[in-house]
Design a protein around this ligand. Structure first.
Ligand code: HEM
Length: 601
């Protein structure tokens, strides 16, 4: 017995050792070793430890200033990874997404967090192309527009809850620290992150799957609890995590406690019930259409009985040729993928937007004036049950420039996903860099010996990091005030005005990434959903509520896939955004002047 155990241990050790040697050889032969980069503080984990806090330390900007737009940092056992803020290099990597997929340790980590191994976020190649084609109709502008009543409803529900809290005795609130400081008489403290998280979860549940989480009013929904367990179990930075990156074998030894297993089982059971229910409804819908019963006819999304994304996905799935269909397992993974991808990203964006507005009270006042002007000549009060009125208002919000500028500036400066990683799967490749002649402000790309490069050579297995947030606020792209929150910069038609623009899908930023339908489109499929949702929430909340923050409070960013706020002086409260709220005073004549300022800035 002892010998058998010894043999197994030796076999495993030999296997790991061989893998380790292969890794060292591959890393040593990578052409990336020729590039410049910061010193490596640790042989074992390279620069990874200092990068953990890079959204607060502006580390990438410091590295960019020292080594240019493309340089290498070190990963596990000194492996060189390319980091680039160069628009041409980023465009090449994102534009050839099927040759530059997410590394398998990233996919694996996203899959175990919630997205599943067969969801759109984690699949690659032909499977991704097929899924994206089936899912695209569910995210068309017209379809997203038909989902807006859900956003109006949830935003109004949150506003009413906040106003009730604000108007009740502040000592009676359930929020963590209800004591109102003297600086804010008449205000009450709420944790905006938690409340917005609940509201956006409710919204994705209804708009995505016709499922009522009711998390704004009920703490006990079992699916909401399952998701909260899964998200909060997101892994901490541990040596084991680093080892699992390179030795997939070790991923089998992840700590998966009973609560987590139970949460996954709940997610699966409810997901299957939802699919069955929706499939039955869609098949019945089609049967009635084919038999000529009732007044139903198939007319794109307009015949939707349930307008939710899952119904459209099932309908689109049924309409595809059999070999193009998604399996039940794949459909199941889309449910958790959309909840994972669409809920905390949007609540993070909204939370950071409110943060930016409390830091810039004049902008908050201007935005409120602009929002109040949107409904100036509509019958008042707004009726949520009048779809025509809601549609009219949604269209007007779409045309409110100042709201659009605030949303763009928030998503530029506070991208909820701050970086992404890709791995080269071509045997070798030359990643182009922006030429110095086309963009003289940009530092040239040079190797360790100081030689100017027109392209960066990479081999299969080389990792490329795209620092989304750092590119969004790069001074080389956005100018000297790149780090300032200044919505007025969007008064120009297409900022940034000179130099090479980042190859982003939205507002010349990389917040939603970008893609190429032929070679791999990994851009955010839900970006129109997120933008409309954000605008409706901001309209409903800002119009009636005034927000403030204790000036002494230092808020930092903590990145765990999504960026969340963290108050330095209150670490025991974890991620939070403590804001002070009160009912906004009625409009005054000064609002008209503010409104003028928004249109002339
Ligand atoms: C402000 C809100 C949002 C932001 C900033 C955001 C950002 C992103 C980013 C950066 C990616 C690419 C990730 C990568 O490849 O590394 C992505 C992908 C994705 N997003 Fe979003 N997202 C948001 C909202 C949403 C919403 C509301 C949904 C769904 C309802 C959604 C669904 C997805 C999906 C399914 C993918 C994977 C797409 C693919 O690989 O083909 N996102 N998102």
């Amino acid at each position: 017995m002892f010998l058998l155990v010894l043999a197994v241990v030796l076999a495993v050790a030999a296997y790991l050792f061989a893998d380790f040697v292969r890794l060292l050889v591959r890393q040593a032969r990578s052409p990336l070793t020729a590039l410049r980069g910061p010193p490596c503080p640790s042989f074992f984990i390279g620069n990874l430890s200092e990068m953990h806090d890079m959204e607060n330390t502006n580390l990438v900007a410091q590295w960019e200033a020292a080594y240019g737009a493309s340089f290498v940092y070190r990963g596990f056992v000194g492996g060189c990874r390319l980091m680039t803020t160069d628009p041409a290099a980023v465009a090449h990597v994102l534009g050839n997404a099927y040759d530059y997929p997410k590394p398998d340790f990233v996919r694996d980590s996203l899959a175990t967090m919630a997205a599943g191994h067969d969801g759109l976020l984690t699949v690659e190649g032909d499977q991704h192309k097929r899924q994206r084609k089936i899912l695209t109709p569910a995210f068309s502008s017209s379809h997203i527009k038909s989902l807006t009543p859900v956003f109006w409803d949830k935003a109004s529900q949150l506003r009413d809850i906040w106003l009730r809290l604000a108007e009740a005795d502040s000592c009676n609130t359930n929020d963590a620290k209800s004591e109102t400081p003297r600086a804010f008489p008449g205000y009450v403290r709420v944790d905006a992150l938690a409340w917005l998280g609940r509201a956006t979860l409710d919204a994705i549940g209804l708009a995505g799957f016709g499922y009522h989480f009711n998390s704004l009013t009920d703490d006990n929904n079992e699916l909401a609890r399952a998701f909260s367990v899964i998200f909060s179990t997101a892994r901490k930075f541990r040596v084991m995590t680093v080892l699992q990156v390179w030795f997939p074998f070790l991923r089998k030894f992840r700590r998966n406690n009973a609560v987590m297993t139970q949460a996954h089982a709940t997610m699966r059971r409810i997901g299957l019930e939802l699919i069955e229910e929706r499939s039955r409804a869609v098949i019945e819908e089609q049967r009635r259409v084919l038999s000529g019963a009732g007044d139903l006819k198939i007319d794109g999304d307009k015949t939707v009985l349930g307008r939710d994304i899952l119904s459209v996905l099932i309908r689109s799935n049924i309409a595809s040729a059999a070999k193009e269909n998604m399996s039940v397992e794949e459909v199941l993974c889309q449910i958790s993928t959309f909840i994972a991808a669409g809920h905390e990203t949007t609540s993070s964006a909204l939370t950071w937007c409110l943060y930016a507005l409390v830091q810039h009270p004049l902008t908050q006042c201007k935005l409120r004036a602009a929002l109040r002007a949107v409904e100036a000549d509509l019958p008042s009060p707004l009726s949520l049950s009048d779809p025509e009125q809601l549609q009219q208002l949604t269209d007007r919000l779409g045309r409110c420039s100042y709201l659009d500028w605030v949303v763009r500036e928030t998503l530029r400066l506070h991208a909820p996903i701050t970086s992404t990683m890709r791995v080269c799967m071509r045997d070798e490749d030359a990643i182009p860099v922006a030429s110095f002649d086309s963009d003289p402000k940009r530092p040239e790309c040079r190797d360790r010996l100081g030689r100017r490069l027109n392209a960066i050579r990479v081999h299969r297995g080389d990792i490329v990091t795209v620092p989304i947030q750092a590119i969004n606020k790069s001074t080389a792209i956005w100018g000297a005030d790149a780090c300032a929150f200044r919505p007025e910069r969007w008064a120009q038609p297409q900022p940034p005005t000179d130099g090479a623009k980042p190859p982003g899908l939205y507002a010349n930023t990389l917040t939603f990434l970008n893609g190429n339908p032929l070679y791999g489109n990994r851009a955010c499929i839900g970006y129109k959903f997120a933008l409309i949702e954000m605008k409706i929430f901001l309209y409903v909340l800002l119009k009636d509520i005034e927000f403030a923050m204790e000036p002494s409070m230092v808020v930092e960013k903590k990145v765990n896939v999504v960026t969340r706020p963290f108050v330095k002086s209150e670490p025991e409260l974890g991620n939070q955004m403590p804001l002070y709220i009160r009912r906004a005073p009625p409009p005054t004549e000064a609002d008209a002047e503010l409104l003028d300022a928004t249109s002339t800035s």
